[in-house]
Design a protein around this ligand. Structure first.
Ligand code: B16
Ligand code: MG
Length: 213
């Protein structure tokens, strides 16, 4: 079956907000007296907010935290993250990414977002890319986060395409695993190239134009 659509991860592929995630989590972890560094932050790529919190709390040694307190901590982090997101502008998306998305559409492929983030629509609005996507599947329409394929399976359904007709573009190993589990082809960019599991490896975003002929 030939490729008809592309499903893009957001953070680490289209925009780069991992430093904002880091700063917001770091602020929370410091307040809790819990150790947190960039290496732990790397494990949070593609992982949902609550699952990220659980990873951070692996190093927490204080009083036990109930679900209500955990929700409070996640909300505190998200508020700090949203304040940082308010500083991003269309200039935070490269001309290469913008031009490649336009060319992929021009070539007739369906385009969807497949992001774990509940802030995905807000981010797309901030950078002026909402119109570049035919469909959006994000943290607001899933119950299981990557490596579960749910976010990509939903994206394919929203596009009206079979999984085998879709190419997933991801920067996280958990996202490549999710694409494979969903029965899709996968293209790795950035960090995900190191896992050596993807069907394609992108040196740069516009390399997609050699796959999507
Ligand atoms: P939020 P992606 C993911 O986005 C991020 O990589 C991950 O670090 C974050 O925890 C997750 O979104 C949830 O984000 O707190 O905004 O709902 O890479 O799947 O686009
Ligand atoms: Mg990502």
């Amino acid at each position: 079956m030939s490729l008809k659509a592309v499903i893009f991860d957001l953070d680490g592929v289209i925009v780069f907000t991992d430093q904002f995630h880091y700063q917001a989590w770091k602020q929370m972890a410091d307040r809790m007296g819990s150790y947190f560094d960039e290496e732990i932050n790397n494990r949070l790529r593609g992982v949902s907010r609550m699952d990220s919190l659980e990873i951070i709390l692996e190093r927490y040694e204080g009083e036990p935290l109930d679900d209500e307190k955990k929700m409070e901590l996640a909300t505190e982090k998200n508020e700090a993250y949203r304040s940082l997101l308010a500083t991003i502008t269309p200039a935070d998306v490269s001309d290469e990414v913008r031009g490649t998305l336009a060319e992929i559409r021009q070539r007739g492929y369906g385009i969807a977002l497949g992001s774990s983030s509940k802030n995905a629509k807000f981010i797309l609005e901030r950078v002026g890319l909402t119109g570049a996507f035919d469909q959006i599947s994000d943290g607001t329409n899933i119950t299981r986060s990557k490596p579960d394929p749910e976010v990509f399976v939903k994206a394919a359904q929203f596009l009206g395409r079979e999984p085998q007709e879709c190419l997933v573009v991801e920067d996280a190993e958990a996202g490549i695993d999710a694409g494979i589990a969903g029965g899709m082809l996968t293209a790795a960019i950035g960090d995900a190239v190191n896992c050596k599991k993807a069907d394609y490896e992108l040196g740069t975003f516009s390399d997609l134009l050699q796959i999507l002929v």
